[in-house]
Design a protein around this ligand. Structure first.
Ligand SMILES: NC(=O)c1ccc[n+]([C@@H]2O[C@H](COP(=O)([O-])OP(=O)(O)OC[C@H]3O[C@@H](n4cnc5c(N)ncnc54)[C@H](OP(=O)(O)O)[C@@H]3O)[C@@H](O)[C@H]2O)c1
Length: 365
């Protein structure tokens, strides 16, 4: 039996109620203040992961009691200390590998300092997240009949860990990528690298309202804590893969734009009869890609700091994709704003975006 731990944290204050229902009746500001004083905790035991090879794994969710907003706004040292303290909890439980979830992998240098401070290897899970985000856009483009080779693909958060690797791989496939972020100098550096390595134009933008209207496909991977993609900015018929947690795409897009196809990046089917012992909002048997990377490494007996920092190794992204297939992990059916994407929904988007002319769901009466 292989073992691992995975660090989670509440993205928003309301997520605290998933573990402590009483939190529902407390004001958010009070709760956030109280929560800061709570020590790291073991949330649940994870059981029933069984690889296609027959290997088995179990693990624990450990929680760092800070919201995404606190992780961004509190002094970096305070946040890193709490993450490291939570990592020690994983060590005490006997986990030989720790995966970092959501903002615990974003703060500071994306896991490097945390890995140095702990006695066990650490992975952000970002390599498999990149692989599955890119698989996701290929899959969605096929469903909708969109040719990616003729599409402008905007990567939001292109200077980040996941965004930079997505941009590098897309450019290596000759795709028309636009790099979007906040720091023009770092965007231009990446663009120069991609132009010289792959001969692509690699446009750059620091303005979402300028770049989104020309993007056929959007990979949203910023570390913004509030939604940054608004309905009015998106091009007609755009395909949007929202990898970010908290989400980058406003729920208003679902209400206002029936021609746009938004799906969650990195939702993975886990092999076996996995029981997470905790509801993090996904259908049974599925997990985030970053969680899945940690499980895959455990099943493979690869207790190593596989993905760390903001310069992911493209060969390792391909390697983890191969290991995922070997162990029976795969992209789950697409989800959009917490609901499974149905054939009917896809057809409605195809009609509303002008890709097909005739609605097929007509009444039989
Ligand atoms: N679905 C999954 O399985 C999964 C797995 C792992 C991570 N994630 C999520 O993926 C997201 C990105 O993670 P990461 O590790 O790549 O983070 P990261 O390395 O910190 O990169 C984030 C990028 O977003 C940019 N950014 C931040 N706020 C922005 C804004 N308001 N507008 C435009 N760009 C902005 C940053 O630019 P600056 O350099 O200017 O700050 C940076 O380029 C996070 O939300 C994380 O929780 C999801």
């Amino acid at each position: 039996m292989q073992r691992f731990a995975f660090m989670i944290h509440p993205l928003k204050v309301k997520d605290i109620a998933r573990k402590f229902p009483l939190a529902n009746i407390m004001p958010e500001s009070v709760l956030e203040g109280l929560f800061r004083r709570v020590p790291p905790l073991t949330v649940s035991k994870i059981t029933g992961i069984r690889s296609a090879t027959g290997a088995e794994a179990e693990g624990w969710f450990v929680a760092c009691p800070m919201t995404a907003r606190q992780m961004v706004e509190l002094p970096e040292k305070v946040v890193l200390d709490k993450i490291i303290q939570t990592g020690r909890k994983a060590e005490e439980l006997g986990a030989p590998l720790l995966g970092l979830g959501a903002f615990t992998a974003v703060v500071g240098d994306a896991g490097i300092t945390v890995a140095r401070a702990l006695g066990i290897p650490v992975t952000t899970g970002n390599s498999y997240t990149v692989a599955t985000a890119l698989e996701g856009i290929e899959y969605a483009a096929n469903l909708l009949g969109q040719d990616l080779q003729k599409s402008r693909i905007a990567v939001l958060g292109a200077t980040g860990s996941i965004g930079k690797a997505c941009a590098r791989i897309l450019a290596s496939q000759g795709r028309d990528v636009e790099l979007v972020g906040r720091d023009r100098v770092r965007l231009e550096e990446l663009a120069a690298e991609l132009r010289s390595a792959y001969g692509v134009p690699a446009a750059v933008s620091t303005d979402l309202s300028e770049s989104l209207p020309r993007a056929d496909v959007v990979v949203a991977v910023t570390s913004a804590i509030d939604a940054v993609v608004r309905p009015e900015d998106l091009k007609r018929g755009a395909i949007v893969c929202d990898v970010s947690r908290p989400r980058n795409v406003s729920v208003a897009v679902a209400e206002a734009r029936d021609d746009v196809f938004v799906f969650e990046g990195g939702v993975i089917e886990v092999p076996g009869q996995v029981d997470f012992g905790f509801n993090f909002g996904f259908p049974p048997g599925t997990a985030y890609a970053c969680m899945s990377e940690t499980m895959i490494l455990a099943l493979e007996n690869r207790y190593e700091s596989f993905s760390l920092g903001r310069d992911l190794d493209v060969d390792k992204i391909r390697e983890i994709q191969g290991l995922a297939a070997k162990h029976g992990f795969r992209l789950a059916g697409l989800r959009s704003f917490e609901r499974a994407v149905t054939d009917e929904y896809i057809h409605r988007v195809r009609v509303a975006s002008g890709r097909v002319k005739t609605p097929i769901f007509v009444s039989s009466s």
